[in-house]
Design a protein around this ligand. Structure first.
Ligand code: MTE
Ligand code: LUZ
Ligand code: MOS
Length: 751
């Protein structure tokens, strides 16, 4: 059960837009570029300033510090100066007495732009040499000589689409000037320290003058790892310039065009097998559509390379990847962080190869499955590899063989209605690939009445990190979790935090909390020992009696024993050398397997995901209900990415999927008919707190099975309808199914 579930159910939990604003609060709206690429010639902003209710227009010229928000690479301005790089790029701010007035005025702004031809195709950007950072290469073994040993060599191209985060709470911030030149900022961000740092840079202030507070987010999914920052900086800039509190909340339709999404990828591969279907060599080039600025693209590209081989062992690999700059909003972190894109390519390669070699796709997956001690192309070895254990458990528990059998029988009897069944094994590296970010903090107070308050670097976004941290502290003290409160994430209480991301919120901040609680427990133990009391913490599973606990704490306070601790945890033993592209970047890997059964009507392309069966390796679960929620949520989001969520833009760089009616997220009728989840048994993990494993992102990639399940159904009607271009929408299915007829092509409306 989640920490704030009662508030959620009652509807009393607060988000930034719900906070009571101080009297005199102003509202900001953003004036954005109408063109994807060009030079700014003129604008009518001074006219807008005369409108009723408009207080002020803010442009780049009003910025006291640096006009720069780039995180990894300083290549992104807060407000455009001379050029615009994508439709929706912020150019200026309207500050008004109401949000309605501000957004209405912003909509009336006219910017004259001398337009250049925009680039939206990553291959075109690559050909023109317009890449962000450098091209990266991960390799192992020797592909060149391995090709000669191959009995089968197959090549292909794979496309995967973008994905809108669709967090229910859109981007939002409220900046409130304090006395003594300080600013308090409420932001819907996964990364309070990044927000604090960039506000300081833009205002030319010390970080100690900025307090960022985060109560909870109404969903984030990576969309607020880096891209919550500009809005908080804009609100702060306006608050300082106007000397009043300023609030900025993006309306959904603006959020959908102004913010970045999952990166679309286009990739070319070549894969070689021996006569038994063992992969000998794999060569791949990933073209990442990065959008107009770096944002987190280079880190995401790196994770793509780390997950090149998916859940398989491949002895000879040569993987190249480049961030290709295009005139679209900067694409950003999204659950899986480049990993899913890589895994879709290797699965496509196996699927396609299975057809030309004549060995079943599932059989190829099994023959190449990662096993204990196998090396990844980046040098780390698979230790405590659970890929095989998950697969064996799933095969037995769900009887995959009989499902393949019944699907085959169904398809041989039916012509129009077809079924598919596919399996997706997942192996996901846990740790930020940038070693520096793998640190967490906890500040723990036991109050003199025995209640406990904890602040950490972790941000609650619905994933249950607060619940897990509450349970960890309660378990160390052996007290009822109801005595433990988790406070907001606040940069004045806990500093220099990493984003809550890479699925390691609990690994890092939960571990720091365990350490902090152990420290206070040590003091309490020593106090008891001094007083001749028996050790109260050896309760063999039974909670300490609450009255006894309160008496010990009260007594310790009276004896001037410290009841607070501040603890820092940095993941040990991880490193990565970006020159050799080798190292041991991950503390461990998370494993799991999913089987997905689908039904397809081959006449109209309508389909359903009927049944999902999962065995997931969670280590020892800290809260099973939270973990089931994460597996289900990740799965459905992954299925959405692979099936119905079609992020669309045109050659002018205009996002066409810009509201809920033309962008479909999975709803109750498109989620699976049944989802069975079992946790791998006896699966501890010495590398993370309480033997647990990170669970936030890995289940996302189970969704890939939905693609191949549906493709199997298509191909059982029409052999030639093969395509590797996600999402597999009903429209695409029909187009490929009836490609020769051409009738659907001709009827498609212009965009
Ligand atoms: N679950 C919910 N409900 N909402 C979210 O925004 N984000 C996901 C995952 N699960 C998310 C979620 C992503 S992208 C990550 S990295 C992890 O949660 C982050 O939290 P953790 O590190 O505590 O697992
Ligand atoms: N963010 C990041 C991430 O900065 N580095 C990572 O490795 C990562 N991985 C997953 C999600 N977010
Ligand atoms: Mo998650 S993409 O690491 O926020």
């Amino acid at each position: 059960m989640n920490y704030d579930i009662i508030e959620h159910v009652k509807g009393t939990s607060l988000y930034v837009d719900d906070l009571k604003v101080p009297a005199g609060t102003l509202h900001a709206a953003v004036i954005t570029s109408p063109s994807a690429r060009g030079k700014i010639i003129a604008s009518n902003f001074t006219d807008l300033e005369k409108q009723n209710g408009v207080i002020r227009i803010i442009t780049s010229q009003d910025i006291p510090g640096e006009n720069q928000i780039g995180n990894i690479i300083p290549d992104e301005v807060l407000l455009a100066v001379t050029h615009v790089d994508f439709i929706g790029m912020p150019v200026a701010l309207v500050i008004a007495d109401t949000a309605e007035t501000a957004w209405r005025a912003a909509a009336e702004a006219r910017i004259t732009i001398r337009e250049d031809e925009p680039v939206t195709d990553p291959r075109q950007a690559y050909a023109a040499g317009d890449i962000i950072g450098t091209e990266r290469v991960f390799s192992c073994g020797n592909c060149a000589s391995a090709w000669k040993q191959c009995s089968h060599i197959i090549g292909g191209t794979v496309e995967s689409g973008g994905q809108e985060h669709f967090y229910l709470e859109t981007q939002a911030a409220l900046a409130v000037p304090q006395e003594t030149g300080k600013l308090r900022v409420f932001s819907s961000t996964q990364s309070p320290t990044s927000v604090q740092k960039v506000i300081a840079r833009v205002l030319d202030w010390g970080m100690h003058r900025i307090e960022v507070d985060v109560l909870r987010l109404g969903g984030a999914f990576g969309g607020k790892e880096d891209q919550a920052t500009p809005w908080a900086v804009m609100a702060s800039l306006a608050a300082v310039l106007c000397g009043r509190p300023v609030k900025l909340v993006l309306p959904r339709k603006h959020d959908m065009v102004m913010t970045g999404k999952r990166h679309p990828y286009t990739s070319d591969y070549k894969i070689g097998f021996d006569s038994d279907g063992k992969i000998l060599a794999y060569e791949v080039m990933f073209y990442q559509n990065s959008g107009a600025a770096a944002d987190l693209s280079t880190a995401i590209l790196e994770r793509t390379l780390f997950h090149t081989t998916g859940c398989y062992y491949i002895p000879n690999v040569s993987a190249r990847a480049a961030c290709c700059r295009t005139n679209l909003p900067p694409f950003t972190a999204f659950r899986g962080f480049g990993g899913p894109q890589a895994m879709f390519v290797i699965e496509s390669a196996l699927f396609k190869a299975s057809r030309s070699i004549g060995i079943e796709y599932y059989e190829l997956q099994k023959r190449n499955l990662l096993s204990e001690g196998n090396s990844f192309p980046y040098g780390q070895k698979a230790e405590h590899c659970r890929a095989g254990a998950c697969l064996d458990t799933a095969e037995k528990k769900y009887r995959f063989a009989s499902i393949f059998d019944s699907v085959g029988k169904y398809n041989s009897k039916n012509t129009v209605h077809k079924k598919g069944f596919s399996v997706m094994p997942v192996c996901f590296g846990i740790s930020f690939t940038n070693t520096m970010l793998n640190q967490g903090y906890s500040l723990l107070h036991v109050y003199q009445d025995g209640t406990v308050g904890i602040s950490t670097g972790a941000v609650e976004m619905g994933q249950g990190v607060n619940r897990k941290i509450q349970l960890i502290a309660a378990a160390v003290f052996n007290i009822d979790p109801g005595l433990v409160r988790i406070e907001s994430t606040n940069t004045s209480r806990v500093a220099n935090t990493s984003a809550t991301a890479a699925s390691c919120g609990t690994d890092l901040n939960g571990k720091a909390t365990e350490q902090a609680a152990e420290a206070v427990k040590g003091h309490l133990r020593a106090y008891c020992a001094r007083g001749g009391m028996a050790d109260p913490f050896t309760g063999n599973g039974k909670l300490i009696n609450e009255l006894v606990w309160k008496e010990i704490v009260g007594g310790a306070y009276a004896a001037r024993v410290t009841l607070s601790a501040h603890s820092h945890y940095a993941t040990p033993e991880i490193y990565f050398d970006p020159v050799t592209e080798k190292g041991h970047p991950f503390a461990y890997h998370a494993y799991g397997i999913a089987g997905i059964e689908t039904s397809l009507n081959t006449l109209n392309g309508e389909y359903s995901v009927d049944k999902v069966m999962i065995v997931h390796d969670l280590g020892r679960s800290i809260d099973a209900a939270v973990d089931v929620g994460q597996v289900e949520g990740g799965l459905v989001q992954g299925i959405g990415w692979m099936t119905v969520e079609e992020f669309a833009f045109n050659v002018q760089g205009r996002i066409l999927s810009n509201n809920c009616s033309n962008y479909k997220v999975p709803d109750i009728s498109s989620t699976p008919g049944s989802i069975e989840i079992s946790f791998l048994e006896n699966a501890g993990n010495e590398k993370a707190v309480f033997g647990s494993k990170a669970v936030g992102e890995p289940p996302f990639m189970y969704g890939i099975a939905a693609y191949f399940s549906l493709l199997t159904a298509c191909l059982s009607r029409k052999e030639k309808a093969e395509f590797y271009n996600s999402p597999i929408t009903p429209e695409k299915i029909i187009t490929h199914m009836y490609a020769e007829e051409k009738m659907y092509e001709q009827q498609r409306p212009d965009t």
